[in-house]
Design a protein around this ligand. Structure first.
Ligand SMILES: CC(C)(COP(=O)(O)OP(=O)(O)OC[C@H]1O[C@@H](n2cnc3c(N)ncnc32)[C@H](O)[C@@H]1OP(=O)(O)O)[C@@H](O)C(=O)NCCC(=O)NCCS
Length: 207
C-alpha cells in the first residue's frame, strides 16, 4: 500500500483557504469566508484534509444537534427511550476540492467524522448530515445513511453501527487513506493500531 497522501486536522488560521475549489460554490464560500467566524463562536468545528505541502484537499464541519424521535423511522424510534429527542452530531458540510475528487477522500473524511463522533466521551446517538442535492443524497446512501421519512435530504447513521463498522476493512481503508504521517502534529488526529480494535488487519492502517 502506498504512503497515504492526506492527514486530517482542525482548521487553523495559518492555513491558506483561498484556493479551495470544490464543485459547490456555496461550500467554497463557506470555507473561504465564513467558517472562521463560526469556529470562533463555537457554532461549529472544522476539520481539513491536508496534502503533504499543506494544501486543503477537503473539509467537513461537526456540531452538536438533536433528532426528534418523531422524525425518525418508526422501526428505529420504537427501540429508543421515550425522550422527545436524542442527541446527535451534525456534519453540516463536506466538500472535496475538484483536483482530489474520485480518489476516496470524501469517503475517508466521512469515516473520519464517524470515528470522531463515535469516540467522543459525550454521547450521541447518530451522525446527521444535510445533503445539498440529490447527488449528495446518493453519496450518503451509498455509505449506509438512512433518510428521515419526511425530509429526504437529512440523513443519519446510528453510531452504534459505526462501532461495528470499525472492525471492517473498508471503513479502515478509508480512515487509513487520511494518514500520510506517522508523527502528526499535536492537534492532528493520529490513526494507529492503538486507536482501533486489535483484530484489525495491520495493512489497512500502515502505509
Ligand atoms: C460528494 C463529494 C464529497 C464526494 O467526494 P469524493 O472524494 O469525490 O468521493 P469518493 O471518491 O470518496 O467516493 C466514494 C464513493 O462514493 C461513491 N459516490 C460518490 N458520489 C456518489 C453519488 N452521487 N451517488 C452514489 N455514490 C456516490 C463513489 O462511487 C465511491 O464509491 P466506491 O467507494 O464504492 O467506489 C465531492 O464530490 C464533493 O465535494 N462534491 C461537492 C460538495 C458536495 O456535494 N458535498 C456533499 C455534502 S453536502
Amino acid at each position: 500500500m502506498s504512503k497515504s497522501p492526506f492527514r486530517v486536522r482542525l482548521l487553523d488560521k495559518d492555513l491558506d483557504r483561498s484556493d479551495f475549489a470544490s464543485n459547490s460554490e456555496v461550500l467554497n464560500r463557506y470555507l473561504t469566508q465564513q467558517v472562521s467566524q463560526d469556529v470562533r463562536r463555537r457554532i461549529t468545528a472544522c476539520f481539513v484534509a491536508l496534502t503533504p505541502n499543506n494544501r486543503i484537499a477537503g473539509y467537513y464541519t461537526l456540531a452538536s444537534t438533536s433528532l426528534l424521535l418523531g422524525d425518525l423511522p418508526v422501526s428505529i424510534s420504537k427501540k429508543l427511550p421515550r425522550y422527545p429527542s436524542v442527541p446527535a452530531v451534525r456534519m453540516g458540510r463536506l466538500a472535496v476540492d475538484k483536483d482530489f475528487e474520485g480518489q476516496g477522500l470524501g469517503s475517508a473524511l466521512l469515516a473520519d467524522a464517524l470515528y470522531r463522533a463515535s469516540n467522543s466521551e459525550i454521547a450521541a446517538y447518530a451522525l446527521v448530515v444535510d445533503a445539498k442535492d440529490i447527488a449528495a443524497v446518493g453519496f450518503y446512501r451509498h455509505h449506509g445513511f438512512i433518510a428521515l421519512p419526511d425530509s429526504a435530504r437529512t440523513l443519519f447513521l446510528p453510531l452504534q453501527t459505526v462501532a461495528k463498522l470499525v472492525t471492517q476493512a473498508d471503513f479502515l481503508r478509508a480512515v487509513a487513506a487520511t494518514n500520510w504521517e506517522e508523527e502528526a502534529s499535536a492537534e492532528a488526529r493520529v490513526w494507529d493500531e492503538a486507536d482501533l480494535s486489535s483484530s484489525l488487519d495491520p495493512w489497512a492502517l500502515k502505509p
